[in-house]
Ligand binder design. Sequence first.
Ligand SMILES: *Cc1c(COP(=O)(O)O)cnc(C)c1O
Length: 469
Amino acid sequence: MKYISTRGGMAPQAFSDILLEGLAPDGGLAVPETLPQISAETLESWRGLSYPELAYEVLSRFATDIPADDLRALTRAAYRQGVFSSEDIVPLRPLDGGLHLLGLSEGPTLAFKDMAMQFLGQVFEYVLTQRNATLNILGATSGDTGSAAEYALRGKKGVAVFMLSPHGRMSAFQRAQMYSLQDENIHNIAVRGVFDDAQDIVKALAGDLEFKTRYRIGAVNSINWARIAAQVVYYFQGWLRATTAPGQEVSFAVPSGNFGNILSGHIARSMGLPVRRLVLATNENNVLEEFFRTGIYRPRGAADTFATSSPSMDISRASNFERFVFDLTGRDPGRVQALWAGLARDGYFDLSELKPEFESRYGFLAGTSTHADRLAVIRSTYDTTGVLVDPHTADGVKVAREFVEPGVPMLVLETALPAKFSDTIEAALGRPVTPPPALAGLESLPQRVTVLDCDAQLVRRYIEAHAKV
Ligand SMILES: *Cc1c(COP(=O)(O)O)cnc(C)c1O
């Protein structure tokens, strides 16, 4: 299996080679040259597998340059009880009205980012050790991604993490989650500014080629192909748990922001998994819902991006969308290049001529929700089923109900646990959420964070003093 760029300008490369890179050299994203196909017989033979075994089967189709025994050890280390609080790793629970909840948030940071990040942490350490290399991860976070990366990379050999966060602007729970890590390779830097200021510092430092090369600066952002591949596994797991016979169809409803999670669903479907519909759910930031409704992709500026009660979906531009558009245009890199050139020039592109295929060929449907919808869904789901969903999952449940069909199980992806967003739960139910027992004393643990003024030079000096060399 080799990987090429969506814009056509990269010689085919192996999985381990694209693993540590961000964008392809031509500005595109790495995708498999051809997708592996999983036959109905193979799928049936996977029914009894544990989650790490299934992860090995799926990921071995993508990471063909990692020896089988090594990859097995990596998936076993990534997906084990102790790291995940459910024996199933990804449990499936019934809701009402044909809906089921696929539990992706049993990992250490209570959100689905752990599913990909835990594997990424293992495979990074493996490849760096093989190559006798080091890497310094630099990122900015306003919550979920940064903490998932830190929990996945804590204590790993050859890698350090420098995570910038906006000083005083995360919830007490989020701060405690990140800042209580005492591992020497984890560096929390709180900058006196907002998230965009932190992000600008990351861009400035990562854009300085001399600094980037000298200190081996890397990223764990959502365009990393290994993250997409690791997420494909739970679509297979969901299908295997919700069906009993070959060819039975299920649908998935996916709370979406950067198009990372649902892209993995599209990949699973393209590999032959019997998926009927992929239902994309957005909140008030409905760039993607607008695309599936009109065929026009029009990212928004920061001023037009709302702060909502499902904050991890508050994006203006969907980083992974280019990989789907590559398939949509018949894998034509020239077309993709032209579309993104148009986007830079005009601020939008128009694929409305392909609109009839969105559903008929790719199974995509889309909907949105509002703050009031989320509160109503949290309340009604709790009242009728006793299950408490977080506000992101509530976006998914709301839109799933609009598209559920008789006889086709609709699996809603649970992208976070309610304990992470207690304020919104309190607004819906009139009482806060008790955190899981393992995290009860989290906010009283000692915290380890360096506060810096919002200045790239200060951050640069900090990294120079603490980087892995
Ligand atoms: C990241 C995130 C999302 C959005 O996922 P994408 O892959 O960006 O579409 C949804 N819910 C939660 C809780 C998240 O952390």
